[in-house]
Design a protein around this ligand. Structure first.
Ligand SMILES: Cc1cc2nc3c(=O)[nH]c(=O)nc-3n(C[C@H](O)[C@H](O)[C@H](O)COP(=O)(O)OP(=O)(O)OC[C@H]3O[C@@H](n4cnc5c(N)ncnc54)[C@H](O)[C@@H]3O)c2cc1C
Length: 425
């Protein structure tokens, strides 16, 4: 999720959305897929630049390398619906919000969205980005196939059922530049969003599974104080009735999850039905403030350990409070993507929106990881974390398979960088 969220602007042309990372690589805006193939074939090191919403050097080349960051923003966004197969083939750099608008215009929908509609499809699935919902998988679970430009500039398609597929979707850009993604779609539907305040820790502890499955998408916002969960955002498909939350009160006005956040940036609340694309994200597509004023981290841990994580983080309240804007808890269903934070198990994601002060944020991350990693928590690949390959390896049963696939697909590490060296080895 994000606070003062929105898309990128010209002012931040050479930085990520949060402005905490300045890209080192030369940015090359390709004009066609053929041009992309030529650029990749000619460059010694390449990384794909998406919509720049990740928070680290993940997207960049290593500073000692002579390499290129390829941007696909000049390619036209296309959304080709295949009604018979219920799929849509979309350009990799397309923002989910643009894809959603085009699908809606032709009567189609995606099953889920993340909190922000401005993020790119290829960049989101590459990092295991997710929305919320006890029965909803991450956005990668909607992927049917990927068209990827590999290290020699060759274009190949990896599809569900292929041996490499489950290693190739949540792949951190390590196998090439995704030119197109084919996604599952379904007929359009309406959603209502209801916001509650004041859910006590006791009510959560009594039945966390009922709370996290009380609507098709549930977000719990807290700052870990004794007062408990400050806001609960329930997104329910019309026809489903959101469950009652014991002791919580219906919000009487539109709320932002951050104190002082601009309420005009958030999607319609108050139980008013509306199209899926206007309710599933927390933030409106048309709201585009200048830049991020936050950093983010997130750790996804087995759902049955969520209350243990809550207790540990409440114990860290005094350390977190000076740098924390808000935390968000969301359930995500298990999937089979090797590097997914939900690989093989249902999880709860514990998200942190921090002040944009890298030194102070990175100073508290070791304490957060000491509390959560022993519970099996996997850091979100696109957000801030300090764990390295030694800590991450035991958390990903298919990590060795991912490395073997990389050795085969990209033996010269054309798509390698310092982040991958630290995190994957
Ligand atoms: C305000 C805000 C809200 C967010 N909300 C959520 C949320 O609700 N849920 C959640 O899980 N995460 C969330 N995130 C995190 C975000 O979804 C991830 O960081 C995601 O990777 C962003 O994609 P991007 O294209 O913007 O990132 P980028 O930094 O541009 O790219 C991220 C990774 O994807 C790769 N990549 C990008 N494009 C391609 C391509 N065409 N081919 C191959 N690889 C590619 C890059 O090389 C890099 O490895 C949020 C981030 C922000 C800033």
């Amino acid at each position: 999720m994000g606070g003062r969220a929105g898309g990128q602007t010209d002012r931040m042309a050479e930085t990520n959305w949060a402005g905490n990372h300045t890209y080192r690589g030369r940015i090359e805006r390709v004009r066609s897929v053929e041009h992309l193939q030529e650029v990749v074939a000619a460059a010694p090191r390449v990384r794909a630049l998406g919509s720049r919403h990740s928070f680290t050097d993940l997207t960049d080349i290593t500073d000692t390398d002579d390499g290129v960051l390829v941007s696909l923003v000049d390619l036209p966004t296309t959304v080709e619906v295949d009604a018979a197969n219920r799929t849509a083939r979309v350009t990799g750099h397309a923002a989910y919000g643009d894809v959603a608008t085009r699908l809606q215009a032709s009567g189609w929908a995606l099953g889920n969205l993340a909190s922000l509609p401005h993020i790119s499809v290829a960049g989101a699935v590459a990092t295991g980005t997710h929305g919320s919902g006890a029965r909803n998988g991450s956005l990668a679970t909607a992927v049917v196939s990927l068209d990827i430009v590999g290290p020699e500039g060759e274009l190949r398609t990896v599809s569900r059922g292929d041996a490499d597929f489950e290693g190739s979707v949540v792949a951190l850009g390590a196998f090439g530049v995704v030119a197109a993604v084919t996604l599952e779609i379904e007929p359009t539907y309406d959603v209502r969003q209801d916001v509650y305040t004041g859910l006590s820790w006791e009510a959560l502890a009594d039945d966390i599974d009922t709370v996290t499955s009380s609507a098709s998408s549930v977000s719990l916002f807290t700052r870990w104080a004794d007062s408990g969960i400050e806001q609960v955002w329930l997104k329910s498909r019309i026809g489903e009735t959101p469950a009652q939350l014991r002791g919580a009160r219906v919000a009487t006005s539109t709320l932002h999850m951050l104190e002082g956040g601009a309420v005009e940036s958030v999607t319609q609340q108050g139980g008013v039905p509306g199209a899926w694309l206007d309710r599933l994200p927390h933030f409106r597509m048309e709201f585009t403030p200048s830049r991020g004023e936050e950093l983010q981290s997130e750790y996804l841990l087995p759902r049955e350990l969520a209350l243990t994580a809550v207790e540990r983080l409440r114990g860290l309240h005094d350390r977190l409070a000076p740098v924390l804007l808000v935390s968000e808890l969301r359930a995500v269903a298990a999937d089979r993507h090797w590097l997914s934070s939900s690989y093989g198990r249902d999880v709860v994601g514990v998200h942190f929106t921090w002040v944009r002060d890298p030194a102070r944020v990175y100073a508290v991350l070791p304490a957060v990881e000491d509390a959560l990693l022993p519970l099996g928590a996997r850091p979100h690949w696109g957000k801030c974390f300090v764990a390295g390959v030694r800590e991450l390896e035991p958390l990903y049963p298919r990590m060795a398979d991912f490395r073997a696939l990389r050795d085969r697909v990209d033996p010269d590490r054309v798509f390698g960088n310092a982040f991958l060296d630290r995190a994957i080895g």
